[in-house]
Design a protein around this ligand. Structure first.
Ligand code: HEM
Length: 412
């Protein structure tokens, strides 16, 4: 029998099997509610992302998560901060200002809203082509759209990596995050690094391109080109950050709409709702369940004193269910206003790919609603839920819908 939320809250372990139960997708949020209520910072012996001797503190309240995310001078993103350990390459997400800002200046222009918006036709065409794979059958799996569209867009239009690489990069990214043993996870990171290293090496022999890897290869800080490890590390980060996050968030949206026909019909009837609905779905179920910070100077937050060297897990998903900020936080309210969610983080590390993620998500939902407006979960078929991860979502969403009517010469 599953343990109670109160029991889990004493020593939160995201890998616990109870959180993978598809019939209890909300148990984890019930645990967060207890954690938020009991004390500002709970403690876990088993932080998800890496083994930390002595465990870590966990921030689950909105105000605390926001404060910590904004205070890089006390809460470093560098897991080796204050120790002699060295992380290979300066990944923008794992260094602090000023280095972080210098790297960000190289990457930022590439992710501008205008540049992302220009990708709309390509993203729509790629989404349609995935839907074409099953549209005439009247049955399909919407996970095929949610999981493949972000990878195709990222590899083909941003990174300039052959799409044949998506499968292996996805497997490695997935194992690096979700593998059961630390050794297995580290081996997968190393495998992903090698794979991206080889791709970068090929690209550096063919200069002059205009994609993300070229931007990194040309990038300079104080007149010096980025070191090879920094180029590979940041390219690897983009692969990893851009695949599972958006896919999981979109998979939730498809599952939600397939199980809530009234909401699905409302989105069709009110297309202008889409941007707000997408934000709400990210707040409600598409946010990340904990990223690490290392305390570099003793500091007090919310009456709790953090000591130098301790680790804090900032749980954006829990913060986004904080009732004191989001009334009715445990409901997905498609037209929610004042939705200042932390799904994309806050402070200097705020998500670099948020414009891309929003666009992919919105177009994914738009195209599915347009092409299969009456889709619903296939009776008798079980969606496959993956709940033991910092990005939770559905790996399979079997649906039925009315196929388009055929006319002479093709499909309508
Ligand atoms: C729904 C989808 C997404 C969610 C929920 C999400 C969430 C986040 C969050 C919470 C952070 C802050 C990390 C921190 O504070 O340590 C972040 C950073 C980042 N994200 Fe995203 N992300 C998404 C999609 C993407 C995409 C599509 C890309 C790129 C292709 C991307 C690239 C990055 C990068 C490079 C950073 C690090 C920025 C920095 O450290 O300055 N993300 N993301």
């Amino acid at each position: 029998m599953a343990q109670t939320a109160a029991h889990h809250a004493q020593n939160w372990d995201l890998r616990h099997e109870d959180f993978n139960d598809p019939s209890e997708p909300d148990l984890l949020y019930d645990v967060y509610a207890v954690m938020r209520e009991r004390c500002p910072f709970a403690h876990t012996d088993t932080p998800f992302l890496s083994d930390v001797p002595g465990g870590a503190w966990v921030a689950t309240r909105y105000a605390d998560c926001l404060r910590i995310a904004q205070d890089w001078e006390h809460f470093s993103s560098n897991p080796a901060a204050g120790s002699a350990d060295h992380v290979v390459g300066d990944l923008v997400v794992m260094v602090d200002p000023p280095r972080q800002q210098q790297l960000r200046r190289i990457l930022n222009p590439y992710f501008s809203p205008a540049r992302m918006k220009a990708l709309r036709p390509q993203i729509a065409a790629e989404t349609d082509s995935l839907i074409d794979g099953f549209i005439t059958d009247g049955v399909g799996d919407l996970a095929d759209v949610a999981w493949r569209q972000p990878g195709i867009v990222l590899f083909k239009y941003l990174l300039g990596i052959p799409t044949e690489e998506i499968g292996v990069c996805f497997e490695l990214t997935d194992t690096a995050l979700n593998g059961t043993a630390e050794q297995e996870r580290l081996a997968a990171w190393a495998g992903l690094y090698q794979r991206v290293d080889a791709l970068v090496a090929t690209r550096s022999r063919e200069p002059g391109g205009d994609d993300m890897i070229d931007v990194l290869l040309r990038g300079e800080i104080d007149g010096e080109k980025l070191a090879h490890v920094d180029v590979v590390g940041n390219a690897m980060l983009l692969v990893q950050a851009g695949l599972e996050t958006t896919a999981n968030a979109m998979s939730f949206a498809f599952h939600h709409l397939a199980t809530h026909p009234g909401e699905r019909d409302r989105m069709i009837a009110e297309p202008d709702l889409a941007p707000r609905a997408v934000e709400e779905m990210i707040r409600y179920a598409g946010s990340i369940h904990g990223l690490h910070r290392t305390v570099v100077k003793d500091v007090e937050v919310d009456g709790h004193t953090f000591r130098r060297g301790e680790t804090v897990v900032v749980n954006f998903a829990a913060a986004n269910r904080d009732e004191s900020v989001f009334p009715g936080a445990d409901h997905c309210v498609l037209d929610r206003r004042d939705n200042r969610h932390l799904g994309f983080g806050a402070g200097v590390h705020r998500c670099l790919g948020s414009n891309l993620a929003r666009l992919e998500f919105q177009i994914g939902v738009e195209r599915v609603l347009h092409r299969m407006p009456d889709f619903e979960l296939r009776p008798g078929a079980e969606p496959e839920f993956h709940g033991n991860s910092i990005t939770r979502g559905y790996r399979s969403i079997p649906v039925v819908f009315s196929p388009p009517r055929r006319n002479v010469g093709g499909v309508e």
